[in-house]
Design a protein around this ligand. Structure first.
Ligand code: ADP
Ligand code: MG
Length: 574
């Protein structure tokens, strides 16, 4: 093919693709515009996960009638004038691309009135057509209506994820800006239901409570740190409050949510040694920095920034998080908050010790996250164990015919509960009514996920019924779980489930059960009577796969007599 210049239509659709990837990108751009216009109230409405309709109304300063056609013109902006202004950016927008992009891939209607005009104006564009404009009565502020997103780009539409995933992304965008601007009242309605709202009273903890739960939000620790040319503030979780992935680490630079793997790792390093492997904190940190010390024009979506002095920012962030965690008074004495261990055995020493331990202890982390699909067919049984004692209220020490066993009481109990349930579910499932039904109140996003799981749980012997807006009543539990807190057990099935974790159907039941078992199993550090410890060992001996918990972590470490003899130099070299 000969080289040709693309038609403006095609060129603008290509450019639009960089700014508008999915409905949530439109929501993001429109909220940014409303915030830039000084709005104190923003209302967002979406239908069909934003594919049919996204409407954002604000009470900001509005657009004057004559300028309205310019607003949908590419590279037309009221926010910067010159290239130097790129280093003085105090607004969220500046590229003058969003409305033009949206207008080329959807049916766009903008209605706006400024304080100085008696009348408002309405502009319509469809798939990049010439804008039509008319005078119309309108309230102060701007309403942008985006209908049939990607109607002229069917390939893009097909590329979108499920409605529930796209809705969660929209939720996430709205929550991000609500947190960045807690003094602005923001409301999101999806499919006619109130999905999120913030009061605009400036309280971030209140917003987070609706997101992660009141009790969890109460535990968050405040961060405050100031240097000459920047400030870091926000809320972070104490070491006791964690989750299974890093998706709740949120960083903002000058009120803009950003993705930055380097700064994220600075945060994680600050938590290092305070969290168990595979657990991650909740973090919302806001960096305010002189605009000339940061380049926000790195990417069309403005989700990445470049600092003039990235090393310094990395160090400061890590330092302030670490210091906040260590000096936080709510940490109970005795919590392990010392720095990295002072003495670490040399690497090769560790290696040889490890190779001496039986394979169970050396299972790699890759097998840890998924509960096994089937019980392993080969014989993994353990011999009868004689109880000796307990260390650190966490490990049970026992002796077998072939040496010493250290048993992790939490992992072992998880295994025992899991197999008890599997055994029972092979016959008939019996459930037990709770004397006191438990109540479970969820966030909207959690309720969405939970709805999909209720029928599975009810099949497994739970009895859960809807009980008002995002609230459920837990009336009965499978008999094997008798005696545990019903609401707590069920909560485990929602926690940490995320948009992309759409587990294979076949696996779902086992995964749910594995989660519940993890939640209700005795904890590390929980003191157990000798009788309880012995009973746990007995039950573990009867398990099909006693050596690992349902998530694949070892339940025990075996130190064989042979290994002990070598370690003590009684036989051969180590
Ligand atoms: P940018 O935000 O980068 O300037 P946009 O395409 O998003 O580019 O918007 C173009 C212009 O339209 C903005 O510069 C602003 O002047 C005007 N505008 C857009 N949305 C609003 C709004 N909600 N209220 C007031 N003005 C708006
Ligand atoms: Mg904009």
């Amino acid at each position: 093919m000969a080289i040709q210049i693309l038609s403006p239509d095609v060129a603008s659709q290509i450019a639009a693709g960089e700014v508008v990837e999915r409905p949530a990108s439109v929501v993001k751009e429109l909220i940014e515009n409303a915030l830039d216009a000084g709005a104190t109230q923003i209302s967002i409405q979406c239908l069909s996960a934003g594919k049919k309709l996204i409407e954002v109304s604000d009470n900001g300063e509005g657009i004057v009638g004559e300028e309205l056609p310019l607003a949908v013109h590419r590279h037309a902006t009221s926010k910067i004038r010159s290239a130097q202004d790129l280093w003085r950016i105090t607004t969220l927008g500046f590229r003058g691309e969003a409305l033009a992009s949206i207008g080329s891939i959807a049916r766009l209607t903008i209605t706006s009135r400024t304080r100085h005009a008696d009348e408002g104006y309405r502009l319509m564009v469809e798939g990049g057509s010439e804008p039509q404009i008319q005078a119309i009565g309108a309230p102060l502020g701007t309403t942008v209506r985006v209908e049939d997103l990607f109607y002229n780009l069917p390939a893009r539409r097909k590329f979108l994820k499920s409605d529930s995933t796209e809705r969660h992304r929209i939720d996430a965008v709205v929550v991000d800006y609500a947190l960045a601007f807690p003094q602005v009242q923001i409301q999101l309605i999806q499919e006619g239901r109130l999905s999120f709202s913030s009061s605009g009273n400036g309280d971030r903890r209140e917003i987070l409570a609706s997101l992660i739960g009141v009790e969890e939000a109460r535990q968050l620790i405040e961060v405050n740190y100031e240097e000459t040319d920047f400030r870091i503030s926000g809320l972070i979780s104490p070491p006791g409050l964690t989750r299974s992935n890093r998706r709740e680490i949120h960083l903002f630079v000058n009120w803009r949510p950003i993705q930055d793997s380097v700064l994220t790792s600075a945060v994680l390093q600050a938590y290092h040694t305070l969290l168990m492997v595979g657990r991650y904190p909740f973090v919302w940190l806001f960096i305010e920095i002189d605009p000339d010390k940061v380049d926000v024009n790195v990417h069309p979506t403005k989700a990445e920034v470049r600092f003039a002095n990235p090393g310094h920012m990395f160090g400061s962030l890590q330092h302030v998080v670490r210091r906040t965690l260590i000096t936080d008074s709510s940490l109970t004495p005795g919590t392990a908050i010392s720095g990295p261990p002072i003495w670490q055995p040399p690497f090769d020493e560790l290696q040889s010790a490890r190779s001496g331990l039986e394979q169970v202890a050396a299972r790699t982390s890759s097998s840890i996250t998924q509960p096994e699909a089937e019980l392993p067919a080969f014989d993994q049984k353990i011999p009868l164990l004689r109880w000796i004692g307990q260390v650190a209220n966490t490990y049970i020490i026992a002796e077998g015919p072939d040496g010493l066993y250290l048993v992790d009481q939490h992992a072992a109990h998880e295994r025992v509960l899991f197999e008890r349930f599997l055994r029972q579910s092979q016959t008939t499932i019996s459930s037990q009514k709770l004397l006191q039904p438990g109540l479970l109140t969820l966030s909207r996003a959690q309720a969405d996920l939970f709805e999909e799981q209720i029928s599975i749980l009810n099949r497994l012997g739970f009895e859960i019924v809807p009980f008002g807006l995002n609230t459920y009543q837990v009336r009965a539990l499978p008999t094997v779980f008798a005696g545990v807190d019903g609401a707590l057990a069920v909560r485990a099935t929602i926690e940490d489930f995320e948009e992309n974790e759409e587990p294979l159907k076949r696996e779902t039941e086992k995964r749910l059960i594995a989660r519940i078992c993890k939640r209700i199993a005795v904890k590390a550090g929980q003191s157990l009577s000798p009788e309880e410890q012995k009973a746990l060992l007995r039950e573990l001996e009867n398990c099909q796969a006693p050596r690992t918990c349902p998530h694949g972590r070892p339940t025990m470490i075996h130190l064989s007599v042979d290994l002990l003899e070598r370690q003590f130099g009684r036989r051969g070299a180590i």
